[in-house]
Ligand binder design. Structure first.
Ligand code: ADP
Length: 244
C-alpha cells in the first residue's frame, strides 16, 4: 500500500548529471563550454533552457542527446552511463530513446510529410504509425504534401511528428521556434506541450525567449557554461496563451 510519504515521491530521474564539463580544443585554443553542471531531469517534465548565445545550451542538449560526450563529470540516462559510452552505444541510445527537434526542420524535400515520418518510424523498434504521429501534430490532412508546399510552422510540426514516431522517452528541442514568427511558434509549442502531456515524453526546449519559460514545469538559466538559476512554475501558462 502506498504511504503518504511514497505518494509524494518525485518522479524517477531520467537524466542525472554531476559536475558536467565540456572543453572544446582546437589546436592551441580551448573553449570551456560547460562548467560543473549538476542537473536532474525527471520523467514527464517539461523544462525550458534559457541563456544568452554561447552560454552552453546546445552543448548541454547535445551531450544529453548522445551527440557528444562530456570532458568531465558523470552523466546517467536511466541505467546508461552516457559519459563513458562509445560511439556504437551512443548511436543505439539516440535511436532507441531520443527524439530531436532543431531550428531548421531538415525534412527530405523529395518525400511527402508521411514519407518523412515513415522513414524514421521504419528504423524504430515499436514505432507509432506515421498517420497517428501526423494527427498528433494536427497535420492529418497534409500527409501527402511535400515540404515545399508547407509553411515553416507546418514543416516544424512534421519534424516533431518524425521525432515522436519512434515513441522516444525524451524529446530534445534546440530553438524549435527560432525561425518562426510568434503566432506560428506558439502553435509549435502547443504541439510540444500536447506531446508532453499525452505521451509523457520528458521534454527539454532551448530558447532565447524568456516568455516561453512560463509554459514549462521548470526553467533553467545558463550563463557562461553554468546553470546559474532555476525556477519552478507553480502555475504554468498554456502555450496558446503565451504572447511575445
Ligand atoms: P549556446 O547554445 O548557448 O549558444 P553553445 O553550447 O553553442 O552555446 O556554445 C558554448 C560555447 O562553446 C561557445 O563559446 C561556442 O563557441 C563553443 N562551442 C560550441 N560548439 C563548439 C565546437 N564544436 N567547437 C568549438 N567550440 C564550440
Amino acid at each position: 500500500m502506498a504511504t503518504a510519504a511514497s505518494s509524494t515521491h518525485a518522479p524517477a530521474a531520467v537524466f542525472e548529471a554531476h559536475g558536467l564539463g565540456k572543453t572544446y580544443r582546437m589546436g592551441e585554443v580551448s573553449v570551456v563550454a560547460l562548467r560543473e553542471v549538476d542537473l536532474v531531469l525527471r520523467e514527464g517534465e517539461f523544462v525550458v533552457l534559457l541563456g544568452p548565445s554561447g552560454s552552453g545550451k546546445s552543448t548541454l542538449l547535445n551531450i544529453l542527446g548522445g551527440l557528444d560526450v562530456p570532458s568531465t563529470g558523470s552523466l546517467r540516462y536511466r541505467d546508461h552511463d552516457l559519459a563513458h559510452a562509445g560511439d556504437a552505444e551512443l548511436t543505439r541510445y539516440r535511436r532507441e530513446h531520443v527524439g530531436f527537434v532543431f531550428q531548421f526542420y531538415n525534412l527530405l524535400p523529395s518525400l511527402t510529410a508521411y514519407e518523412n515520418v515513415a522513414l524514421v518510424a521504419g528504423i524504430a523498434r515499436d514505432p507509432m504509425p506515421p498517420a497517428e504521429a501526423l494527427a498528433r501534430v494536427g497535420l492529418a490532412a497534409r500527409s501527402g504534401h511535400y515540404p515545399s508546399q508547407m509553411s515553416g510552422g507546418e514543416q516544424q510540426r512534421v519534424a516533431i511528428a518524425r521525432a515522436i514516431a519512434k515513441r522516444p522517452d525524451v524529446l530534445l528541442c534546440d530553438e524549435p521556434t527560432g525561425a518562426l514568427d510568434a503566432a506560428t511558434g506558439v502553435r509549435v509549442l502547443d504541439v510540444l506541450e500536447t506531446v508532453n502531456r499525452e505521451l509523457g515524453t520528458t521534454t527539454l526546449v532551448i530558447t532565447h525567449n524568456a516568455d516561453i519559460a512560463r509554459m514549462a514545469h521548470r526553467s533553467l538559466h545558463m550563463t557562461d557554461g553554468r546553470i546559474a538559476r532555476e525556477a519552478v512554475n507553480e502555475a504554468r501558462v498554456p502555450a496558446l496563451s503565451l504572447s511575445w
